[in-house]
Design a protein around this ligand. Structure first.
Ligand code: 7TS
Length: 417
């Protein structure tokens, strides 16, 4: 089939079994068993298209960007900037200058906390977070709180892991300067009501940062219609490589923010007395950037763009409901995170077994799940757990993977209980 014919076929149907063939690692075995990869929320596997694009970038067009007056450097620069344009289109930003490449979501959030935060927060101001945030969207705010005298306030979750708008309404107020919330919880899969939170926050003059690490994977993201001020995500969960992430912000905001790191590329002029800054986004990209990872992220976006997002979303919904249904049939399994609006991420605990032991035993059956606090210790405390096991699904997972998890869980019960 030609690439065009394949794209046309994929636009209307979504066949995860065919998609699996695009991911070379899924053909391998683990402990002599077929690999059942259920940890995409930690890091997704990469399609061959991404690996090939990165190999080609290294093998045929590699040089540093934005500096050389020779062909290879020009080609590398064109490819790097083309990746920025692909990200722009993927999130529907107004212009490529609003896309800052970072090394990941963590760095993107730290960038906002350190620059916007230090310039705009003072004693009496409030930073609003939710109880389900990843440490990456808590600790940077604690650092800037300690530097500025601002206060952190926390929006509580409900027992099922939902965070209703009423919970935000109780905390957002005239002192709120920024609300920083996950789009989708990495532990519970809860989809947060971002548009409504944006409305509430903007009504009191506060900014909104969305940690889109999981949201970008499971939801169609249009930053203009979401209405937020900052959107951060990592490439490696979006089927791209690691060491590349994105901060989107509106141009006026980026222009008003002081630089994050100093170095080459981010300056216009340098003397020992003072330096002046490059235009955005270069102002926030000090040093040699992650050139080939950015190109790989562009290739991942190209790869994903061949599919109809609604068909992918329907597939992920089916996987989640199959998983929730089958998990709840296993004696002693308790689902953690059952909110109404949920993406394909499911935490669970097994009575009488530690999640770490459970994950280790599941691995012997070839099943990869994450166990632990998932970098969300405050959430674990709120839920009354020290750890959970978590199955998270990607476009290449099938209901057969869920069934393999269930079979492995039955075996694990025999071993552990
Ligand atoms: N925010 C959320 C919601 C995340 O899920 C993660 C990573 C991060 C931020 C940090 O991303 P990084 O790419 O900068 O490290 N989440 C996970 C996880 O759930 N298991 O391993 C990493």
């Amino acid at each position: 089939m030609t690439a065009a014919a394949r794209k046309a076929a994929m636009a209307t149907t979504f066949d995860p079994v065919a998609v699996r063939c695009d991911f070379p690692i899924l053909a391998r075995q683990v402990h002599g068993k077929p690999l059942v990869y259920l940890d995409s929320a930690a890091s997704a596997q990469k399609p061959k298209a991404v690996l090939d694009a990165m190999t080609a970038a290294f093998e045929t067009e590699y040089a540093n960007v934005h500096r050389g007056a020779y062909l290879l450097s020009e080609r590398a620069t064109v490819n790097y900037e083309a990746a920025r344009e692909k990200v722009r289109a993927f999130v529907n930003a107004k212009e490529p200058a609003e896309i800052v490449f970072t090394k990941g979501a963590t760095e993107a959030i730290n960038l906002v906390a350190a620059t916007w935060g230090r310039a705009n927060l003072k004693p009496g101001d409030e930073i609003v977070l939710t109880e389900l945030e990843h440490h990456s969207n808590i600790v940077p705010w604690q650092l800037v709180r300690d530097q500025t005298g601002a206060t952190i306030r926390v929006v509580k979750i409900e027992n099922d892991g939902g965070v209703p708008t009423t919970a935000f309404a109780q905390v957002i107020g005239p002192r709120t300067k920024i609300v920083a919330l996950a789009h989708v919880s990495n532990v519970l899969g809860t989809i947060l009501p971002v548009e409504q939170v944006v409305e509430m926050a903007h009504a009191v003059g506060a900014k909104v940062l969305v940690d889109g690490c999981q949201g970008i994977v499971h939801e169609s993201v249009d930053v203009q219609s979401l209405g937020c001020d900052f959107y951060a995500f990592s490439g490696h969960k979006l089927y791209g490589p690691n060491a590349i992430g994105v901060l989107w912000a509106r141009r006026e905001l980026l222009e008003a923010m002081p630089p994050y790191q100093g170095g080459g590329e981010m300056i216009s002029t340098v003397t020992f007395e003072r330096s002046t800054w490059a235009e955005v986004p270069a102002k926030f990209e000090a040093g040699t950037p992650p050139i080939v990872p950015a190109i790989g992220l562009g290739a991942a976006i190209d790869y994903l763009s061949q599919f109809d997002r609604a068909a992918v979303a329907a597939h992920e919904r089916d996987l989640l409901s199959h998983a929730m249904h089958r998990l709840s049939e296993v004696p002693g399994i308790k689902l953690v995170g059952t909110a109404q609006r949920k993406a394909a991420v499911q935490s669970f605990v097994l009575d009488g077994a530690h999640p770490h032991d459970l994950a280790t035993v599941l691995d012997r059956s070839g099943v990869c799940v994450r166990a632990g606090h998932h970098c969300a210790q405050p959430l674990m405390a709120a839920l009354g757990h020290t750890a959970t096991a978590r199955a998270s699904f990607g476009i290449y997972n099938t209901t057969a993977d869920v069934d393999a998890l269930i079979a492995a869980l039955h075996k694990a019960r025999e071993i552990l209980l």
